[in-house]
Ligand binder design. Structure first.
Ligand SMILES: Nc1ncnc2c1ncn2[C@@H]1O[C@H](COP(=O)(O)OP(=O)(O)OP(=O)(O)O)[C@@H](O)[C@H]1O
Ligand SMILES: [Mg+2]
Length: 181
């Protein structure tokens, strides 16, 4: 995949398929360490240990007829090829945490791409799911929490065009402020 934001979209879609009602997407970047952590945490149905092992290794199930997707293997590979690392923790009935750590100065580091669109698409296409989007760069951070937005908006849905454009601007503006000195 050419952009990490597309990996994030894919991993968050797994959480939606797993019937999560709350999904947190966290990006933590350190200039000094030259590292980026991407975490996607959900309260969906979770996986047992055997399932976790099966989904992280695309070859694990080659001897069986079970279909295994490539969303997680691709995400894992995108991190590991930069010299970073990858991990999944999951508890059946509780939820799943997926984390990828990237070395941002590695030649194989894939650009993040359009995270704003990814987050806006996830939020506006899944009105029944709440999202927390947290992004930090060194000591600066911003957070978008749809539970708070819904409280303020009352009956106005998050996919109302004027709200979508406000949300897009809000995320873009905050992202810009992170990188400004
Ligand atoms: N957050 C999650 N909660 C529960 N199960 C999950 C979660 N993420 C992945 N899984 C399980 O792992 C499987 C593999 O996920 P993966 O994203 O690699 O492939 P996929 O979603 O099946 O197919 P695709 O290639 O379309 O992404 C899923 O089908 C699902 O059973
Ligand atoms: Mg998937």
């Amino acid at each position: 995949m050419r952009e990490l934001s597309l990996n994030v979209l894919d991993i968050a879609q797994n959480s939606i398929k797993a019937e999560a009602s709350l999904i947190e997407i966290e990006l933590v970047e350190s200039t000094e360490k030259k590292e980026l952590l991407i975490g996607i945490y959900d309260n969906g149905k979770g996986m047992n240990d055997e399932q976790v092992q099966a989904v992280t290794d695309p070859f694990f199930t080659t001897r069986t007829t079970r279909k295994v997707g490539l969303g997680i293997p691709f995400f894992k590979m995108s991190a590991e090829m930069t010299g970073g690392s990858f991990g999944i923790e999951s508890v059946p009935g509780v939820g799943t945490k997926v984390r990828a750590l990237y070395k941002t100065d590695h030649v194989d580091f894939t650009p993040l791409g359009d995270m704003c669109s990814t987050v806006v698409i996830l939020i506006t296409m899944n009105l029944g799911v709440d999202f927390i989007y947290k992004r930090s760069l060194d000591s600066k951070q911003f957070v978008v929490d749809t539970r708070q937005l819904k409280e303020i908006l009352g009956d106005v849905p998050l996919n109302e065009p004027s709200i979508v454009s406000w949300l897009t601007d809000y995320i873009q503006e905050n992202t810009k402020q992170l990188t400004e000195v």
